[in-house]
Design a protein around this ligand. Structure first.
Ligand SMILES: NC(=O)c1ccc[n+]([C@@H]2O[C@H](COP(=O)([O-])OP(=O)(O)OC[C@H]3O[C@@H](n4cnc5c(N)ncnc54)[C@H](OP(=O)(O)O)[C@@H]3O)[C@@H](O)[C@H]2O)c1
Length: 383
């Protein structure tokens, strides 16, 4: 049995992971689960999966859970407890699916403990890519991407990187691919969260609508595949059938295709190098044609442009845009700022922030804190 620790169990990736576990009860044992505040959902997960540990980072939620739980699951609370379960001796695989910078320390703990890390939390690489990749290397950890684009590239590169010319991430363009810039001023949170192809949490859905998600993925790809910004390309592909491609010097292009469903990516990460059933139906190409492709509009999707700029600057710039984005998206979801203000706040935060090269996690965290403060102050001008 493979012992699985699932960080972010109550989220969208968490739910898809557990549905893959349900298909393979003889192979995977749910060893530990985590959530932030949603103790009600955690209670039902604990009753179903009987994990050894359940972590609620929120202490009040942990109290609520432990008062109601009537099995042998140990309830822990606080952010440090995430690191405890991620690095636990009995943990074999860690699904890192906490949203945002809150997921960084636990992903790093899993890397330092030499685990198989199935990384959905792209922020771990965006904020602390150098530190994280070094920890993976130093501790012989196994890093498997859990993002459809990076999994696609990872799969296409199983034959090696000889003659690799560039990688190309596909982007659906979210709900506003064909919406003119002038119409984006009045977008509501519900409109921004209505992704045409993927069902995801609200934060990442807004990131898809602004294309900051693709920008963060470009940075993630830089670290995962050790490539400079110039070798990473983005193409708009509204059907989300081709998940990404790799281009070789001999003129060959390899792409990975499938229905847009994260269970394929998740099951691959859990079973790699083998493949197991995921519950996702086989692709029917005739029902999905024609497949369309467009170049990205960097003027309309300025978050994508900003992410490329931050990657080229390197160092703290990537953490700065991530922090500013998290603050701005939360304000947008609270209807305090407008959709197009998100990019403006990120750009201004990047402009004002100190640029440096973090050498340890505490510097990364300090940069994240400062950028959040700057972004929060800037938001006051918009409300
Ligand atoms: N969804 C997708 O299709 C998809 C695809 C590729 C990559 N990703 C990445 O996967 C990650 C998770 O995305 P998601 O869509 O599953 O997000 P989600 O549905 O919003 O779920 C987030 C999970 O993180 C927990 N959480 C939130 N804040 C936390 C905190 N401060 N400390 C500890 N735990 C916290 C939540 O717990 P509560 O429920 O208690 O709040 C929940 O379990 C993100 O980094 C996202 O970019 C997602």
């Amino acid at each position: 049995m493979i012992n699985l620790t699932l960080l972010g169990a109550t989220g969208s990736i968490g739910q898809s992971t557990l549905s893959v576990v349900d298909l393979h009860p003889q192979t995977f044992n749910v060893f530990a689960l985590s959530a932030n505040t949603n103790w009600q959902r955690m209670l039902s997960l604990c009753e179903k999966y009987q994990p050894s540990f359940a972590v609620m980072t929120d202490e009040v939620a942990a109290e609520q859970l432990s008062q109601r739980l009537q099995n042998d699951t140990t309830v822990l609370s606080g952010a440090k407890a995430l690191e405890t379960i991620a690095s636990h001796t009995y943990t074999d695989q860690v699904m890192a699916a906490i949203v945002g910078a809150a997921g960084m320390a636990s992903s790093l703990a899993a890397a330092k403990a030499g685990k198989r890390i199935m990384l959905a939390n792209k922020e771990s690489l965006v904020l602390a890519g150098d530190i994280f990749m070094q920890a993976v290397k130093d501790n012989n950890a196994e890093l498997i991407p859990v993002d459809s684009e990076h999994s696609a590239i990872f799969q296409c590169l199983q034959g090696g990187v000889s003659g690799l010319n560039k990688i190309q991430l596909t982007a659906s363009g979210g709900p506003f691919l064909h919406t003119p810039l002038s119409k984006l001023t009045s977008i509501t949170p519900d409109q921004a969260c209505a992704h045409p192809n993927w069902s995801m949490g609200r934060k990442i859905s807004v990131d898809s609508a602004t294309m900051m998600n693709k920008g963060l993925e470009v940075i993630e790809a830089h670290y995962l595949f050790n490539l400079p910004a110039e070798k990473i390309d983005v193409v708009m592909h509204p059907q989300s059938i081709i998940h990404s491609s790799v281009y070789f010097d001999d003129g060959s292009t390899l792409s990975q295709m499938g229905n847009p469903d994260m269970r394929t990516v998740i099951s691959y990460a859990m079973s790699y190098p083998d493949r197991i059933s995921s519950g996702v139906p086989a692709l029917n190409l005739t029902k999905n044609s024609p497949l369309e492709f467009y170049p990205p509009d960097f003027n309309k999707f300025s978050c994508l442009r900003l992410a490329f700029e931050a990657l080229k600057q390197g160092g703290s710039a990537m953490g700065t845009i991530n922090a500013a984005n998290e603050v701005a998206v939360a304000s947008f979801l609270d209807e305090k700022i407008k959709f197009l203000d998100i990019a403006k706040i990120i750009e201004k935060t990047l402009e004002i922030s100190n640029h440096f090269y973090p050498t340890c996690l505490s510097e990364v965290i300090e940069n994240d804190r400062t950028a959040r403060l700057i972004a929060s102050k800037l938001i006051q001008f918009y409300v």
